[in-house]
Design a protein around this ligand. Structure first.
Ligand code: NDP
Length: 302
């Protein structure tokens, strides 16, 4: 396949590119910065990869079989009103650009599938409810961002298959929330964060990459699909598992202010979670490499 990817230089995108490249697919990296992308994907290691800044996105998308849309300003920063706006606008801007380029492509050169990222923030937060793909959206800011982000992706021509992946907190070695949480954890010897009762719907990096890959190649992957592991945990459980995996006792609660200091208001994603189940992935027969957080953490911290 030939696949164009926005946000390819990010935490999830890098791994997806490696995976597609290893499987001999042709990858086109759609980026804001060619020089940055060339450092991440050096030609020696990634022969044949195409890297394009915005002016070249059109030529990349035309003739691609599929497009994966992952771009967006990171949410784990301090949220000023400007930044909040950019968190939403960056996603809408890139998504609508991608959608118009797909729609404007001549029929013969139009990609047949768009896999677009969104987030479990769609559902809002709750300590008691359980959400799956049929659940309604929440009423906080991130829920609103996700609704608009998804609606923009759905503006693509009706002959293009769309898979919207509502991604949970991705756990991996090289980035994401966990990399930021681990130093805190060392400092506080890792007790629960806040009350500890909040839900944490996580997914291992390998599994989210596999799910996106599957959504590209398998025509049954259509519509909204939650990208979360089948066994979400509470923060208290996450922290005790993390403590065990790191060989540290879990006893001092990490205060909210400390987490906010490293994650900014984006910490709300971790401090006020939601319990999200991957009902569609299960129906589709998707097989998780890491269904349990204990094994995911072990693999990451080893
Ligand atoms: P990263 O933050 O690692 O990477 C996102 C990419 O988006 C960057 O590499 C960059 O690519 C591009 N980007 C960054 N800022 C902007 C901006 N202001 N305007 C346009 N493009 C920008 O994200 P992840 O890989 O962690 O996640 C990918 C997507 O999945 C994101 O949209 C994220 O919201 C979503 N998601 C991620 C979760 C997670 O736990 N990681 C959880 C839920 C959803 P370049 O510089 O090449 O243009």
């Amino acid at each position: 396949l030939t696949v164009s990817i926005t946000g390819a230089t990010g935490f999830i995108g890098r791994r997806l590119v490696q995976r597609l490249h290893a499987d001999k697919h042709n990858v086109r990296v759609l980026t804001r910065s060619k020089s940055k992308a060339e450092l991440i994907f050096p030609a020696r290691e990634f022969p044949g990869i195409v890297i394009a800044e915005e002016a070249g996105w059109k030529d990349c998308i035309q003739g691609s079989d599929g497009v994966v849309n992952l771009a967006g300003m990171p949410i784990s920063t301090r949220w000023s009103s400007e930044i909040k706006k950019e968190i939403k606008q960056s996603r809408i801007r890139v998504t609508s650009k991608v959608v118009s380029l797909i729609n404007d492509a001549p029929d013969a050169a139009r990609p047949t599938v768009l896999v677009s990222a969104t987030a479990v923030g769609y559902y809002g937060t709750s300590e008691t409810a359980t959400f799956d793909e049929r659940s309604p959206s929440g009423n906080d800011y991130l829920a609103e961002v996700c609704r608009e982000w998804e609606a923009t992706a759905l503006g693509v021509n009706s002959d293009v298959r769309v898979a919207l992946i509502r991604i949970g907190v991705v756990l991996g070695k090289e980035g994401g929330a966990l990399a930021k949480m681990i130093p805190l954890f060392m400092m506080f010897a890792g007790g629960p964060l806040g009350s500890g009762k909040q839900w944490f719907s996580w997914i291992h990096l390998d599994d989210i990459v596999n799910l996106i890959y599957e959504a590209l190649i398998n025509p049954s992957y259509k519509g909204v699909i939650n990208g979360t592991a089948p066994n979400p945990v509470t923060l208290a459980e996450l922290c005790s598992r993390l403590g065990a995996a790191m060989g540290r006792p879990s006893w001092l609660p990490v205060p909210d202010f400390a987490l906010k200091a490293v994650l900014g208001e984006g910490a709300s994603v971790v401090l006020e979670g939601q319990r999200v189940l991957p009902a569609r992935a299960k129906e589709l027969g998707f097989s998780f490499k890491y269904p349990y957080v204990k094994d995911a953490l072990k693999a990451i911290l080893s």
